[in-house]
Design a protein around this ligand. Structure first.
Ligand code: ADP
Length: 623
């Protein structure tokens, strides 16, 4: 017996002991797998005429033995496929199974989209008999759950896969035997799988008038007839008036093996220089691997109802890579290959048109359904920000109005347009402050004064935010400006003069501190920007302190990317007098104060200590 991978075991365990309320969903999952398998073989059959094309999915109910049998004549699986597909769950991404996840099965199941394994919610044993295209040998995979599985050679007529579920025994909590009732299965098919494009067949029992029995005294007999349970009309071929939100959600879950409803589904029939139908969706959660290089974007591409590609990347720009959906166009040639596709004019036209449609839907959502948009932005906002930044900002104008940042004043997300609209007439810049998270930004020494003055500040908490601002440069003529680099204290000429005077007075002392810190800082100066804190660091050059952090957190960081820093000392803090007296009496001790203040300023900025030993020694000496 082979063992499941550790992580798969955990998920299996979850499935087997699931109290998931929608156990019936297993049927949708197995049917959509079968439909995918047929899609693949159908595509091959376009060029290989030896493949039989009476494609269908067949369900058999065996009440006596408590079996549900699901057969498809699709592409099948080899022993290697079985090993890879049914021996591992969630191949990509490691699953952090934490205590806190207990009781959140729905969410977990939703995130992993564990298709096939959902059958273990209703079955305690599963057999998969399968024969793959181009293979002479059939294989059988058998598993009774967590213990593991066996694969052995077997015999099978024809290509495809036959899955036998041994239903669990009925118990107080759940009546599994309901799934052996014809009406139950047929209504589930209608509900979840109606638009599967291949016939889903099942023998249905009917009572029928006996042939030859007299009309006035009819006799009835029970007959079994093979029936097609689904309408087979793909959703995008239905008139728009007949498609509601619920249909869209079901379709989404079916087609993309998702468990959670999407945030929104869009159905459009486009006619113009290129004609196509599309159904696309904004998912409610980013896949675990969305922000990794493993993620594959793309829309499912059909030519006249025949699927020709699972994920056609060319149809989506990276920044909208989270969108899922299908495109069906009769303008596409059927035997289009990946190489041809990249240059295909039709595909390019569809891509441009789809992007426009996605943009307009996002705009509409932002204007009419802010709550949903904010949910979307929480999951995929980073993707849009990367889009602004990528390629030296070549797409920034298309994307800038989709950006949102947290506002210090409103205490919620605002768009740039909203920020600019609310700016007082005498404000010329869009102010932002960067840091690790909202709490730490709110505590930054430099923003106290700005907040006191009632200036609205955008909080930049993502590493990419400052890069976005640098690429945008301005929005509606208003430049981006870091609060950390702006002096908000100097209201009047008097105040300015006062600071100049003070700076002159302490000039030698400030120089002394600068010299003792060496290259660590470019300059040491006074500021009237600080309220409670004695010191802060600001950056002098193009690279801000936040950018230094981002650069240095990148995988290949060599630690060489450094912001030029200025150490600012509060012109109103008691520390100033102390420093002055040390300068006059004990320059050695002043050096130690310099170290402690500098390191303190680093910590306030969220930077690590520069030199722990030096800091510790200086601090203990002072104390
Ligand atoms: P998902 O379908 O979400 O990828 P599943 O666990 O449902 O995950 O299935 C894993 C894989 O097993 C599928 O991607 C497919 O390659 C294969 N598979 C499942 N069912 C079938 C089937 N009936 N015929 C052929 N391959 C199948």
């Amino acid at each position: 017996m082979k063992q499941f991978k550790t992580e798969s075991k955990r998920i299996l365990d979850l499935m087997i002991n699931s109290i998931y309320t929608n156990k019936e969903i297993f049927l949708r999952e197995l049917i959509s797998n079968a439909s995918d398998a047929i899609d693949k073989l159908k595509f091959i059959s376009l060029t290989d005429t030896t493949v039989k094309s009476d494609f269908n999915i067949k369900i058999t109910l065996d009440k006596q033995n408590k079996l549900i049998i699901l057969e498809d004549n699709g592409i099948g699986m080899t022993d290697k496929d079985l090993e890879k597909n049914l021996g591992t769950i969630a191949e990509s991404g490691t699953l952090a199974f934490k205590k806190e996840n207990e009781g959140k099965e729905n969410e977990l199941i939703g995130q992993f989209g564990v298709g096939f394994y959902s059958a273990f919610m209703v079955a305690d044993k599963i057999e998969v008999l399968t024969k793959a295209y181009n293979s002479d040998i059939a294989y059988e995979w058998v598993s009774s759950g967590v213990d593991g599985y066996d694969i052995k050679e077997s015999k099978k007529e024809g290509l495809g896969t036959k899955i036998t579920l041994h239903l669990k025994d009925d118990c107080e909590d759940f009546k599994y035997s309901d799934f052996l009732e014809e009406y139950k299965i047929s209504s589930l098919i209608k509900q979840y799988s109606d638009y599967i494009r291949y016939p889903i067949l099942m023998e249905m029992t009917h009572s029928k008038k006996k042939e030859g029995s007299p009309d006035d005294k009819p006799e009835y007999e029970t007959v079994k007839e093979l029936e097609t349970l689904n309408s087979m009309v793909p959703l995008w071929k239905k008139p728009k008036s007949e498609v509601n939100n619920e249909n869209l959600n079901e379709f989404y879950k079916n087609e993309f093996h998702e468990w959670l409803d999407p945030l929104k589904g869009v159905y459009a029939k486009i006619e113009g220089s290129v004609t196509y139908d599309t159904l696309f969706f904004f998912p409610s959660k980013a896949p675990l691997d969305y922000y990794s290089k493993d993620y594959k974007k793309g829309l499912k591409l059909y030519s006249n109802g025949v699927m020709i590609m699972e994920k056609c990347e060319e149809l989506l720009p990276d920044y909208f890579g989270f969108v899922r959906g299908v495109v069906d166009s009769s303008d596409l040639s059927l035997n289009i290959s990946r190489e041809i596709l990249q240059q295909d004019r039709q595909v390019k036209q569809i891509a441009t048109s789809i992007e426009k449609k996605i943009s307009s839907e996002l705009k509409k959502m932002l204007e009419e359904d802010r709550e949903t948009y904010e949910k979307l932005f929480a999951e995929f906002g980073l993707s849009i920000k990367f889009g602004v930044y990528a390629g030296f900002g070549m797409n920034k104008d298309k994307l800038k109005d989709f950006l949102m940042f947290y506002s210090s004043k409103k205490q919620k997300l605002v768009t740039l347009s909203e920020y600019v609209k609310e700016m007082p007439a005498d404000q010329n810049d869009i102010y932002y402050a960067s840091g690790e998270n909202y709490e730490s930004i709110a505590k930054l020494p430099q923003i106290e004064k700005a907040k006191e003055k009632g200036v609205e500040i955008l909080f930049f908490k993502d590493g990419v935010d400052e890069f976005v601002a640098k690429v945008l440069i301005e929005y509606e003529g208003k430049k981006f400006k870091s609060v950390q680099e702006t002096d908000f204290s100097l209201d009047s000429e008097d105040e300015k003069k006062q600071l100049e005077k003070q700076s002159e007075e302490y000039k030698d002392m400030l120089n002394e501190i600068k010299n003792s810190l060496g290259d660590k800082v470019k300059e040491v100066k006074l500021t009237s920007n600080l309220k409670t804190y004695p010191v802060c660091l600001i950056s002098a050059g193009d690279v801000s302190i936040e950018m230094e952090k981002v650069f240095n957190s990148m995988p290949n960081a060599d630690g060489k990317m450094k912001a030029e820093k200025i150490l600012e000392i509060s012109s109103t803090h008691k520390i100033l007098e102390k420093l002055k007296s040390l300068y006059d009496s004990d320059k050695e001790r002043l050096k130690k104060y310099a170290v402690v203040l500098y390191e303190q300023a680093r910590l306030l900025e969220g930077l690590p200590l520069d030199d722990l030993t030096e800091f510790a020694t200086a601090l203990s000496d002072i104390i």
